[in-house]
Write a protein that binds this ligand. Structure first.
Ligand SMILES: [Zn+2]
Length: 251
C-alpha cells in the first residue's frame, strides 16, 4: 500500500501546501481522503489520474475538506469516467453532500457514472473491499460550533478514522479538537498514524507516539504559522515525519 500526500496544509490557503488530503492506494482500490478547495489541481500536481480514484471519504464539512468535491466530479466527467464513484460520508451529512452535488447540476444521467453513497456510523467498520476497511469515530473538532446553531437542526459529525489494509492499521486523526482526541483508537494496535498538527500541541503528539508506538507517525494539516524547523525533536527523526505535498510512502 502507498499513501500519497496530495495536500498537507491547513484551512488557510497557501502557495506552499494544498489543503489537507491524501490518497490511500492499494492494489485494488484508491481512496481519496478529503476533497477541499483546489483538490483537482492538487491531484494534477501529484499526477494522480482523476479516474484512478475509486472512492472519496469526507471527514467533515469544513470547506478545506469537502468544498472541491463538485469540481472534482466535473473533472471525472470531463475525463469520461464510466466506473462508479464511492462517496463515504457520515449518515447525518450525506443528504447535504448529495444536495451539494445535485445543486451543482451534476445529475447522474448526465454524469454517465454512478455515485454510490456509503454512510458512516459511529464505530461501525465498513468494508471498502475484501482487504480494506475503515472505521469512523466521532471527535471533538466541531463541538465549539454547537452553540451557534440556533436552528438546532445541524449535525456536527467529524471523524477520526482507522483504516485497515491487509491487516495493517493506520490511525488518521482527521481534524481534531485537541490532544484528548488522539486516544480515540487506543483500544487498537496502530501500525501507522497520520495526525494533524494545527489543533494539537507537539508535546501531545509525542505523548501519543510514545503510548501508541506506531512505526511511523506522519504530521499533516500544517499551517504556515507553525515553525516547522525543529518542530520534531531530533530523537524522533525517522519516526515522526513532517509530510509535504507530493510525499509518497510505501507502508
Ligand atoms: Zn482542516
Amino acid at each position: 500500500m502507498k499513501v500519497i500526500f496530495t495536500g498537507t496544509g491547513s484551512g488557510k490557503a497557501s502557495l506552499k501546501r494544498n489543503h489537507s488530503s491524501f490518497l490511500i492506494s492499494t492494489r485494488s482500490y484508491n481512496l481519496l481522503v478529503d476533497a477541499g478547495d483546489g483538490i483537482s489541481k492538487a491531484l494534477l500536481s501529484a499526477r494522480i489520474p482523476y479516474n484512478s480514484i475509486n472512492g472519496i471519504l469526507l471527514t467533515h464539512l469544513h470547506a478545506d475538506h469537502y468544498s472541491g468535491l463538485a469540481s472534482l466530479i466535473v473533472q471525472m466527467k470531463m475525463n469520461k469516467r464510466k466506473e462508479q464513484l464511492d462517496v463515504f460520508v457520515h449518515k447525518d451529512i450525506s443528504g447535504t453532500v448529495r444536495n451539494f452535488i445535485y445543486q451543482s447540476y451534476l445529475f447522474e444521467e448526465k454524469l454517465n457514472f454512478k455515485l454510490n453513497f456509503i454512510e458512516l456510523e459511529e464505530n461501525i467498520t465498513l468494508p471498502v473491499n475484501e482487504k480494506f476497511s475503515l472505521t469512523f469515530r466521532q471527535n471533538s473538532h466541531l463541538d465549539e460550533y454547537l452553540q451557534f446553531d440556533h436552528s438546532k437542526k445541524l449535525k456536527f459529525p467529524c471523524g477520526s478514522f482507522l483504516f485497515t489494509v491487509n491487516g495493517k492499521n493506520i490511525f488518521y486523526t482527521g481534524d481534531i479538537g485537541g490532544g484528548s482526541d488522539l486516544s480515540l483508537f487506543d483500544d487498537q494496535e496502530l501500525h501507522y498514524a497520520i495526525s494533524e498538527i494545527t489543533h494539537v500541541e507537539m508535546k501531545e503528539i509525542i505523548n501519543f507516539y510514545r503510548a501508541a508506538k506506531p512505526k511511523i507517525l506522519f504530521l499533516t494539516h500544517i499551517s504556515e504559522e507553525i515553525k516547522v524547523k525543529n518542530l520534531v525533536p531530533g530523537k524522533f527523526k525517522g519516526k515522526i515525519l513532517l509530510a509535504y505535498d507530493g510525499l509518497i510512502v510505501t507502508l
